[in-house]
Design a protein around this ligand. Structure first.
Ligand code: GDP
Ligand code: ZN
Length: 253
């Protein structure tokens, strides 16, 4: 509902425990609250068609941790990759597993991993995030068999007859799982986070930082930075460090 300040938010149920927001494209300094009271935010990525695009995973992780929810990573469409590609993908996703993030491989085509995903979310309030085409709707349909019938009725309109693009729907399933169905969640802005705070959301960097020469090391240019060594030793995942660099520079404007 509209809270009077122009911020759309899910009608809150009790206290807000966690929140996922993104900048309002109209007013940069306002947040559009995408979902409140989220326990688990599942970041859905596709193994193929569309190709794996991990940048959103790293951005989502920051927004999810910042908002106080627990992230999960789901690689969908694993039916489209062969054994070798699968091993590569698993190695790539190991960076998230190493952070204690649950990583699941699913296929709504073959059903692989879907029941396990559903069981893992039982009783929780969940939201699925990810690029268009990765299979969020297909996964939601698998979790909520009634969904297809409801959504086929057509597009949702708000009380004033406008097409709603940010309103969220909350569906409670038989096993007590609550699904937040947010249309059009593609990217998260990180507008509330300063560039020097980015490393707080890369716990593996914080670990390395203890050995950097300077306490406030940005790990980008400083002499005596421990990152190059950690990268060479493989204790820090190169792809995650790239994400750190990219996200930092995107905030330094
Ligand atoms: P969304 O945009 O993230 O909601 O993605 P959709 O659920 O609409 O799926 C996009 C397309 O991918 C559809 O044509 C689905 O049938 C297909 N798709 C979804 N999951 C899978 C999967 O696990 N394997 C394969 N091969 N195709 C899938
Ligand atoms: Zn450093």
């Amino acid at each position: 509902h509209d809270d009077g300040e122009g911020n759309l938010r899910l009608a809150a149920i009790g206290e807000r425990r966690s929140v996922l927001s993104r900048p309002d494209p109209q007013t940069r300094h306002k947040a559009l609250v995408l979902a409140a009271n989220v326990d688990v935010a599942v970041i859905v990525a596709s193994a193929k068609a569309p190709g794996f695009r991990p940048a959103l995973i790293d951005r989502c992780l920051i927004a999810i941790w910042h908002g106080g929810a627990t992230p999960m990573v789901c690689l969908n469409k694993v039916d489209l990759i062969d054994g070798e590609e699968r091993a590569q993908m698993q190695a790539r996703l190991g960076a998230y597993g190493d952070l204690g993030i649950e990583v699941r491989l699913t296929s709504t085509e073959t059903g692989e991993g879907v029941a396990e995903l559903i069981a893992g979310l039982a009783g929780k309030t969940c939201v699925l995030l990810g690029h268009s085409g990765v299979g969020k709707s297909s996964l939601l349909n698998a979790m909520d068999p009634e969904r297809e019938r409801r959504t086929s009725r057509g597009r949702e309109f708000d009380g004033k007859g406008r097409h709603t693009t940010t309103a969220s729907e909350l569906v409670e399933l038989a096993d007590g799982t609550r699904l937040i169905d947010t249309p059009g969640v593609r990217s998260f802005g990180l507008w509330e986070i300063r560039s020097d705070e980015v490393q707080d959301y890369f716990p593996e960097l914080a670990e390395v930082a203890g050995s950097c020469r300077y306490r406030d090391c940005s790990h980008l240019v400083e002499p005596g930075c421990a990152v190059p060594e950690a990268l060479a030793a493989g204790t820090l995942h190169a792809a995650r460090f790239d994400a750190y660099r990219r996200i930092r520079s995107s905030l330094e404007v």
